[in-house]
Design a protein around this ligand. Structure first.
Ligand SMILES: [Zn+2]
Length: 374
């Protein structure tokens, strides 16, 4: 009897062998596993990009966009106070629509083709007009990946910083036109890596059509505007849009509120100059790149943050604080309760330390060593 039990146990063990310790299954195309077709487009190559073969057939991501009216002619979509994730599908920055005579003007186009398409559909319910012009603030991909929707379906002209064409598409730095270094397939940006295909499909990196060297005033579709260059501030090349008749200023990421800013590509001195340029205009409403406050206090937090950041980091340099210790020495306590404080503030301090050490030093030629950020 005992022998039989042992034998049965052995048989049972042998039968169970293939399953023991085998908790994962091996599939050749793991990105095709999801029954909803919600794979992430890791295979960003020529065929997928040009032919759109990796697009899936499932329903489009629903961004559930609700425009908020900021002034007579301006409506905005406010994104989540988060980093871009699959769950928010990149809807974590603010973008706006300005009502012209014969066309909407889009200020920043959001994180994807589908976002732009759904934003336009929502705005058509307010006034059924095309979007003939898109104006872009800066090169971060939560602000302009909707451009190709407007270009392809509306024939829109894209106004924006040259840095988009140079840094993403590999255009010539001086002419702003394609050259022999121009990329056949643009790089897979942060959004393209993070989003499910049913949110990012259809998105292509569209070139900027029209760039300016300096601050320029123009009238588009009956709306007077000033497109203000603030240069290297939050990114390598930042611009904001001032609507003097509306007393509205659309400033994108040189101002954020309710959360800590990301200065990973920026410089604190440039940021403070940008804030001065904004304060030099007469406005009642300011729309930040991230955050929900749009009244006259909209830039207060940012002014305070960068002023404290600069003063305290300079103080740290004065005190000869070791770089390893600077993020402990400068903590910006006042912002502890703001979103993304723990994630972003130490990085901002460290980056400012690197910047201000050179700024403060007596050898100015050090600045030439500064590398271009992408
Ligand atoms: Zn940005």
């Amino acid at each position: 009897m005992k022998k039989l039990l042992v034998l049965l146990a052995i048989v049972a063990f042998v039968l169970a062998m293939p399953f023991i310790g085998n908790k994962s299954i091996n599939v050749e195309n793991p990105h095709q596993l999801d029954a909803d077709g919600n794979f992430i487009m890791y295979d960003w190559n020529f065929d997928n990009y040009k032919e759109g073969t990796r697009v899936g057939t499932n329903e489009e991501w629903d961004y559930n966009l609700k425009p908020v009216q900021v002034s007579d002619r301006v409506w905005c979509f406010f994104g989540a106070m988060e980093m871009p994730t699959k769950e928010n599908a990149g809807d974590m920055s603010n973008s706006c629509y300005i009502k012209g005579d014969d066309s909407w003007i889009a200020w920043d186009s959001g994180p994807s083709y589908i976002f732009a398409k759904q934003a336009h559909a929502a705005m058509r319910k307010i006034a059924d007009m095309p979007v003939k012009t898109v104006i872009v603030s800066h090169e971060h991909d939560d602000h302009w990946l909707g451009n190709n929707y407007y270009k392809e379906t509306q024939g829109a002209t894209i106004y924006g910083p040259k840095s988009i064409n140079v840094n993403y598409l590999g255009y010539d730095e001086h002419t702003g036109k394609p050259n022999e270094n121009t990329r056949e397939i643009p790089p897979q940006t942060r959004m393209i890596r993070a989003l499910y295909q049913n949110a990012i499909r259809g998105t292509k990196l569209a070139a900027v059509d029209k760039s300016f060297e300096d601050t320029t005033k123009f009238t588009l579709h009956g709306v007077n505007m000033e497109y203000v260059k603030v240069g290297y501030a939050h990114s390598e090349e930042d611009w904001f849009l001032y609507l003097p008749d509306d007393k509205v200023v659309l400033v994108a990421d040189v101002v954020m509120n309710g959360r800590v800013t990301s200065n990973r590509d920026g410089i604190v001195i440039g940021q403070l100059n940008a804030l001065k340029a904004i304060q030099a205009r007469d406005w009642d409403h300011l729309v930040p790149g991230h955050g929900f406050v749009t009244d006259k206090t909209a830039d207060d937090e940012c002014v305070q943050y960068f002023t404290l950041l600069k003063d305290r980091v300079l103080e740290g340099i004065e005190e000869e604080i070791d770089p390893d210790y600077i993020t402990k020495y400068v903590t910006l306590e006042e912002f502890r309760n703001k979103e993304l404080y723990y994630l972003l503030s130490p990085g901002n301090v460290f980056r400012s330390y690197e910047e201000l050490e050179m700024y403060d030093g007596d050898d100015e030629e050090d600045e030439e060593d500064e590398e271009d950020e992408e």
